[in-house]
Design a protein around this ligand. Structure first.
Ligand code: ADP
Ligand code: ZN
Length: 625
């Protein structure tokens, strides 16, 4: 038995060793929440399940133990792109990491294994199928310090990304009883989470779960924006984020192509990405995005898994996603570095109808309809969006965030009974044989030929709502749908129908409150610096002076040149966050550079000259003006 004092002593030794490695290789001074606890758990030989959002710092939870232990940590990862990214990243910090994979020649892979035998590799990245096929050949030759199973949600059939190969990892515990296992995922889906430890057969694993909030992402929703206005809003949005990388998600493949073509014709550097494209083309687009050569990708959800790029600064959903899980995962690709990022989602009546029919046709229609309903509630919510999101994930969050469109621009509630009655009456008078566009046209007194041809211009309701815009009617009808006042006959050309509740309103026996429609002209143009740095960044940057924007841009250029010379992605050289620190602290000497947050020993040695030169030149030019 160890005495309490010995255990305390061991813990404090571990703390200082872990902090030492953190500082030396990564240039950080303190751990993010639960990182140290997870490290300690596997260092003591126990299994761990780590649930943290994207950007929460999961990788360090197994990288630090790898550096502190004898032998080699095996990291199991589902995708080549993810392995390459992490290996590049680690090598960039001077950490001996490698991967064996099918994109490398057999002889190269053999050489990697030789290096592992020789004890020269601390982290080995490998796919699950390859690991299980090969491990018997080499397990007796190496000391395995830890199995880290990244993207562990891939093991669950409940999840959105089930990979059958993952299920075989369940044998690891029995075959290697002495080697701790750490499973990591950013999934916020409860069913999937609960499944992980069971599937991996690690019932005694300790759970390390942090908040899934991503405070640095500003949340925006724009409802009922017509096609042209949507395009205008998107270009305005991109203009206000010029020079930054972002993703525009659409539901359909053709829409991604249309969007990219349209943006290019307007002079933006954009490309499409969807599963129907040839592999080579997809790889080229992805590489150009990672290397900051094409900043804007118009994509279906096929794009994203495997994108570790830390400086994605914004994500636009041009259609509403089918569930909150999908939405959260997709916006989560922005701002992994902890710097401010923006999410903007459009949603419309047409989206709701399209998604409802997908959901109804799917195998699990009632579950999918439910998920869609929750998504819609989020989109239409008039309380803080972050509260709505986190409550969906069963997380307590008891204040308004101050960093979403509702908090920044609260909607006004009003008695909308009369407006509802107008719309209901139009629906009744057309005998429930029209869809939303015709109903709005009638209300607004449109002279469209088919409206006139059907005699709708003779209806009592014709033109009663002409002083309300088309977009506003759209929004009110959507709210009516959502409130159960009207319904859509999906099996009958999406015609609108009045529900029993709607009849009560029409007869005047009930009142309705709704949110006043606000044109979303400026809703999404939330200034980036609105999110205060203190609130968004974990770590030690509280008292930093603001970064010099012009210098930041110059540093980005320096970073790009270095990245090209070394053939790595720019964010592998330094994250935006470190550039921000440089632009704020203006280091001009090696010592100053070395002491910066996020700059470890290897990067100091490699990069102090070019970056301090950029700073010095900038300062000299500024003072000579
Ligand atoms: P995840 O794998 O959970 O998405 P990462 O491990 O990639 O997150 O970490 C996200 C970013 O945060 C990276 O740039 C990483 O270097 C940084 N980071 C991780 N831990 C810390 C820490 N303790 N202090 C400062 N930055 C950290
Ligand atoms: Zn809010």
């Amino acid at each position: 038995m160890h005495s309490d004092a010995t255990i305390r002593q061991q813990n404090s030794d571990l703390t200082s060793r872990a902090l030492g490695v953190l500082h030396r290789f990564y240039g950080y001074n303190s751990f993010y929440p639960l990182q140290f606890e997870a490290i300690q758990c596997v260092m003591q030989g126990n299994d761990a399940v780590v649930l943290m959002p994207t950007g929460g710092g999961k990788s360090l939870c197994f990288q630090i133990p790898a550096l502190l232990s004898d032998g080699c940590t095996i990291v199991i990862s589902p995708l080549l792109a993810l392995m390459k990214d992490q290996v590049d990243n680690l090598q960039g910090m001077g950490i001996p990491a490698a991967s064996v994979n099918s994109s490398q020649s057999d002889s190269f892979n053999r050489e990697v294994i030789e290096q592992v035998y020789a004890g020269r590799i601390k982290l080995l990245y490998i796919s699950p199928e390859r690991l299980l096929a090969e491990i018997d050949q080499w397990s007796s030759m190496i000391k395995i310090s830890l199995f880290a199973i990244d993207e562990a949600h891939c093991i669950s059939q409940w999840g959105h990304d089930f990979r059958p190969e993952y299920t075989q990892l369940a044998t690891l515990r029995q075959r290697f009883p002495g080697v701790p296992i750490m499973a990591l995922t950013a999934t916020a889906d409860r069913l999937t989470r609960d499944d992980i430890a069971r599937q991996l057969d690690i019932p005694n694993a300790k759970l390390f779960m942090t908040s899934f909030d991503r405070p640095n992402i500003t949340l925006n929703v724009a409802g009922n924006v017509s096609g042209n206005d949507k395009m205008k809003m998107i270009t305005r949005f991109i203009d206000s984020h010029s020079g930054e990388s972002g993703i525009i998600y659409s539901l359909r493949r053709t829409d991604t192509e249309k969007m990219a073509t349209r943006l290019r014709s307007l002079g933006y550097n954009a490309a499409a990405f969807h599963a129907g494209m040839p592999t080579r083309e997809k790889e080229a687009v992805q590489a150009a995005f990672l290397n900051d050569e094409i900043p804007i990708i118009c994509a279906t959800i096929a794009f994203g898994m495997g994108i570790n790029k830390s400086n994605v600064r914004w994500v636009i959903h041009s259609n509403m996603p089918k569930s909150i899980e999908c939405y959260y995962q997709e916006i989560g690709r922005a701002g992994r570095d902890g710097m401010p990022a923006t999410a903007l989602m459009f949603y419309s009546f047409a989206d709701v109808i399209a998604l409802r029919s997908f959901a109804q046709e799917s195998g699990q229609s009632s579950m999918n309809m439910n998920k869609l309903k929750r998504m819609q509630q989020y989109a239409e919510s008039d309380v803080c969006r972050r509260r709505t999101l986190l409550s969906y994930f069963n997380e307590r969050y008891d204040h308004d965030c101050g960093n979403c469109d509702v908090c920044l621009n609260p909607p006004e509630r009003f008695d909308a009974t009369v407006w509802c009655q107008m719309a209901l009456s139009a629906i009744v008078r057309t005998n429930g044989s029209e869809g939303i566009t015709a109903i709005i046209d009638i209300l607004r007194g449109s002279a469209r030929t088919d409206i006139v041809a059907k005699g709708y211009d003779k209806l009592r309701t014709y033109g009663v709502g002409r002083n309300v815009s088309f977009a506003a009617w759209n929004a009110y009808l959507l709210q009516m749908l959502h409130l159960g006042i009207i319904d859509v006959a999906y099996d009958d050309y999406n015609h609108l129908r009045v529900t029993p509740y709607g009849w009560e309103i029409l007869k005047g026996s009930r009142q309705v409150m709704m949110s006043r429609f606000m044109p979303r002209e400026h809703a999404a143009a939330t200034p980036k610096n609105k999110a205060p740095r203190q609130a968004t960044l974990q770590g030690t940057l509280q008292d930093m002076p603001p970064a010099d924007k012009a210098l930041f841009e110059l540093l980005k250029k320096t970073r790009l040149e270095i990245a090209r010379a070394h053939k790595v992605a720019p964010y592998i050289v330094f994250s935006d966050r470190v550039l921000d620190v440089i632009a704020s602290q203006c280091p001009t000497t090696r010592e100053e550079f070395a002491s910066l947050y996020g700059v470890g020993e290897k990067k100091t040695e490699m990069y102090w000259r070019p970056f301090t030169n950029t700073v010095k030149n900038y300062l000299a030019e500024k003072s000579s003006k």
